[in-house]
Design a protein around this ligand. Structure first.
Ligand code: CU
Length: 323
C-alpha cells in the first residue's frame, strides 16, 4: 500500500512538474512541416496539397498524420503505458511486403528519428532508438504524465526516394492535467540560454525564421554541430499535430562553430497556430527551445525583444504564464 501511495504521489509530482514547466513555455501547437531537409519540391507540393498524392496512401496529406504511407506502417509493440515508470518503446516499420524494414538511408546521421510529444504539445522529446537485426527499434523511455501521446517516426527506407513521417497515438495511464499552449512569444529561456525568434511567417510560402541564442546576455558563437546541423526544427500544427522538420541550409561538420544565429527556410502549409521545437547543442548538451507561432495568410512579423535578460535579473521566460 505504501508503495502504491508513493507511486501515485510520484505520478502527481511528475504531472505538477510538467504543468509548471508548461506554464513557463513548454507545449504548444505547431505546423506540419515538410519531411525533407531542405524541402524537396515534391514534398512541398504534398504539403500544399498541390498534387493528388498518387504515390501516397495518405492522399497527399501532411507528414505525421498517418500511421501508414506509401506501403510503410509504424507498428508499435504496445500502445499502453503507465506514467512515471521506466519502460522501453519498441516498434517496427513494416514495409510493403509486411516485414520489418531493415534497410534505411540515414538522414541527418541517423536511420530514424523518433519524436515523442503529448497531444496537448507538452513534453516534447527527440530521440534516436536503436535497431536490432530483426528490424525492431527500441529505446528506454519514461512518460512523465498521463494522457494521449503521439510518436512520430521520421526516416527514409532504402526502397523509397523520400523521407516518411509516420505517427501513432499511445495511451499513458496516470494523472492527466492538460497544458494550454503558451501565447505566441518571440523569446524562450531554457537552462542558461535565451533564444529569440524573428521572421515573418506566411501560410503556403517559404519564410525565413532566424533564431538567436544568447547566454547571460552574450551571443553564443560556439554552437556545436548536432546531427550535421547547428539546429533542428520540428514544427507541429495545433489541432491535428501535422509535422514539419527543417534544417538550416548550411551543413555543419564536426569541429565547426555556429551561432548566435540559426536560420531556417520554413513553409507553413496553412494559416494556424504552430508549436516550434528548436534543438541546438552547446558545450556538449542538446537543448530545446519552444515557440508558439501564429501563422496567417498575410505575413505578420515576429519581432524579437531588444533587451535580453542579463544574469543580474531573475530568470525571465518572456512568455505569459497560464494558471
Ligand atoms: Cu533526430
Amino acid at each position: 500500500m505504501t508503495r502504491a501511495v508513493a507511486l501515485r504521489l510520484g505520478v502527481f509530482a511528475g504531472a505538477l512538474a510538467l504543468a509548471f514547466a508548461a506554464a513557463f513555455g513548454i507545449g504548444s501547437a505547431v505546423d506540419p512541416i515538410a519531411a525533407a531537409d531542405p524541402p524537396k519540391p515534391e514534398a512541398m507540393a504534398d504539403m500544399g496539397g498541390a498534387h493528388g498524392g498518387g504515390h501516397s496512401e495518405s492522399g497527399g496529406q501532411l507528414p505525421g498524420l498517418a500511421v501508414s504511407d506509401a506501403g510503410y506502417t509504424l507498428a508499435p509493440e504496445t500502445t499502453f503505458f503507465t506514467a512515471g515508470s521506466k519502460t522501453v518503446l519498441r516498434f517496427q516499420i513494416k514495409g510493403p511486403d509486411g516485414k520489418p524494414v531493415s534497410g534505411y538511408t540515414p538522414t541527418h546521421e541517423k536511420e530514424l528519428h523518433l519524436i515523442v510529444v503529448r497531444r496537448d504539445l507538452s513534453g516534447f522529446h527527440h530521440v534516436h532508438p536503436t535497431r536490432d537485426a530483426a528490424g525492431t527499434w527500441s529505446i528506454p523511455f519514461s512518460f512523465t504524465a498521463g494522457g494521449t501521446w503521439r510518436l512520430y517516426a521520421d526516416f527514409q527506407p532504402s526502397g523509397l526516394d523520400r523521407t516518411l513521417t509516420l505517427g501513432v497515438d499511445v495511451n499513458v495511464s496516470g494523472l492527466y492535467i492538460p497544458v494550454p499552449l503558451n501565447e505566441p512569444a518571440s523569446s524562450y529561456s531554457v537552462h542558461a540560454y535565451d533564444v529569440t525568434l524573428a521572421g515573418t511567417p506566411v501560410a503556403g510560402k517559404e519564410s525565413e525564421l532566424t533564431f538567436k541564442v544568447s547566454s547571460g546576455g552574450k551571443p553564443v558563437t560556439d554552437l556545436q554541430p548536432y546531427l550535421g546541423a547547428f539546429g533542428h526544427l520540428v514544427s507541429l500544427r495545433s489541432g491535428d499535430l501535422a509535422y514539419l522538420h527543417n534544417h538550416p541550409a548550411q551543413h555543419a561538420d564536426a569541429g565547426m562553430q555556429g551561432g548566435p544565429e540559426i536560420k531556417f527556410g520554413t513553409t507553413f502549409p496553412t494559416a494556424g497556430t504552430y508549436r516550434l521545437f528548436l534543438d541546438f547543442q552547446h558545450a556538449g548538451t542538446v537543448h530545446t527551445a519552444e515557440f508558439t507561432v501564429q501563422v496567417g495568410d498575410s505575413g505578420t512579423a515576429i519581432v524579437p525583444p531588444t533587451e535580453l535578460p542579463d544574469e543580474s535579473e531573475p530568470h525571465s521566460h518572456g512568455e505569459e504564464t497560464h494558471k
